[in-house]
Design a protein around this ligand. Structure first.
Ligand SMILES: N[C@@H](CCC(=O)N[C@@H](CS)C(=O)NCC(=O)O)C(=O)O
Length: 199
């Protein structure tokens, strides 16, 4: 859900013809010789483009934006100032917000072994996540989407991270702009389609 679903979502919004391959973790299908030859990191998502493998969901979606998004009006042209902002905000979501979200999850999530829980760390990370959501909220002040008035793949990439955060118990209620933007994002037909299949 956290990693492969956003890529599926991006492929759907961009209408890129592709074949989806389901990988069974229980059968350790991410660690077969054939899988590791394509993705030595042994995780999903992996995208194989005309025989060439690519891994890491953020890199895949940024590449999809440049390759298919520009022509479909969903990713800024490489010379547009918005391209710089698209790269910054999407990387912020995965690296800056994502790092704190991982600390929050591992310090107390029910899916993590309780012996690894660390309440003080959980509380600290929860407060930091609220500060980060405040930064996002400020960016969205006076505009409907991250890059202006039009929905782009940058919204899809960042909003999917925030949606996942809410699933793990991070509230967004104190951030009115983020809340309204998430509602616009979740109203897209593609959101229901992809997340309904993933859940
Ligand atoms: N940073 C990676 C994380 C990928 C990741 O952790 N994938 C998990 C699923 S959420 C996975 O494949 N787990 C299976 C395994 O480790 O065998 C990305 O964004 O692509």
């Amino acid at each position: 859900m956290s990693s492969a679903t956003p890529v599926q979502h991006a492929l759907l919004e961009l209408q890129v013809p592709h074949e989806a391959v389901v990988v069974d973790f229980a059968k350790k299908e991410t660690h077969t010789e054939a899988f590791l030859a394509l993705n030595p990191n042994g995780k999903v998502p992996m995208l194989v483009v005309d025989g060439t493998p690519m891994f890491e969901s953020l890199a895949i979606m940024q590449w999809l934006g440049a390759r298919y998004g520009v022509e479909r009006g969903l990713w800024p042209h490489e010379d547009a100032p918005e391209r710089l902002q698209a790269l910054s905000w999407t990387t912020w979501a995965y690296v800056s917000f994502g790092a704190v979200l991982s600390r929050y999850r591992f310090a107390g999530d029910a899916s993590v072994d309780a012996t690894l829980h660390y309440p003080a760390q959980r509380e600290h990370a929860a407060a930091e996540l609220q500060e980060l959501l405040g930064i996002l909220d400020h960016r969205l002040e006076g505009q409907s989407y991250l890059l202006g008035e039009t929905f782009t793949l940058a919204d899809l990439i960042v909003a999917n991270v925030i949606v996942y955060a809410t699933f793990t118990g991070v509230p967004v209620d104190a951030h009115a702009n983020v809340k309204a933007w998430l509602a616009r994002f979740q109203a897209r037909p593609s959101f229901g389609k992809v997340w309904a299949t993933a859940a």
